[in-house]
Design a protein around this ligand. Sequence first.
Ligand SMILES: O=C(O)CCC(=O)C(=O)O
Ligand SMILES: [Fe+2]
Length: 344
Amino acid sequence: MTTTTKKYDLKELNLETTFGGMGKEIDRDVPVIDLTDFEHRRQEITEQLWIAATEVGFFQLANHGLELAVVRKAFQVSERFFELPEGQKSQYPLKKGLNAGWEFMSQVRPSTGTADQKESFQITLPHMDDLWPNQTIVPEFHRVMLDMEYQAWQLGMKVLSCFADRLGFARDFFTQAHDRALPDYQSTLRLLHYLPLADEAGLDESIWRAGAHTDFDCLTMVFQQTGQGGLQVSPGKDAEGKGDEREWFSVLPKDDLITCNIGDMLMRWSDDRLKSTLHRVRMPRPGEYNGSRYSLAFFCQANKDVMIESPQGKYPPISARDYLLQRIKANFDAAAEKAESQKQ
Ligand SMILES: O=C(O)CCC(=O)C(=O)O
Ligand SMILES: [Fe+2]
């Protein structure tokens, strides 16, 4: 088991350093919540979301209204992007601290201390000026991703409006806090490509497609493709010191379901009533499909100038800007420091 001993300012980050081990696998179902006829069934759906989010922290949305054709197109275009030669992709480098642009194996999770085996391209609308591949480089990229980003945002706000109701906030509280029209908007659509594995590769327990972590945001919506598994969830983030006794269950990917989880911002905003849940993406094991895995994730991250204030004062107020910056720094600085020291 690999653990790092670094001390962070945020409670969430110090906890994360204790989560890196394999643990043991259990079977558990993720609650599936059917959004059919949302406006008429709002109350019932809110109850189901609340139970799933307070008890498990993970749930899947069915009949959510986000067209499958849009999602499939976004996957296609994302694959076209990742197929580009490295020299071309590096024209769109990740902007430090802004969640915009392309990175390759640069995310080191505090839980594992090793780089995630993946590349990603992040879309955060206010920072994209020079980052859109044009029509000849990846046809339709801009149009398809804008459409996907908008539809994901709309659905995210619908789900968050249910949590707002239940928390006693105005129904549009989170929509205001994630205002797409403002320059400090910082919700992110992330295209992910987990690298294929060589056939002869054995199992290295310190290497992960995505090391164990909780998300920084309010709500994450992950789109996955049938047959490309690996996402695992550990219920009960707060049970510290479990080491290899920590339990993990796998989430079965399905094209028409959206896998959602609560992130740390919403956990703070709800005085820990809503659970931000630990998860990871494991490597394929010998004999399993070991080709590329693609996923798309939309992170509902409150606008920079919004203050995250926990109603019962469990956490000191912090701006969404400062909160996110600390989390990004903890994930990306290790790789940057290493690259810098290799240059010297
Ligand atoms: O790709 C996945 O299935 C999960 C991705 C994830 O957890 C993340 O990017 O935060
Ligand atoms: Fe995540």
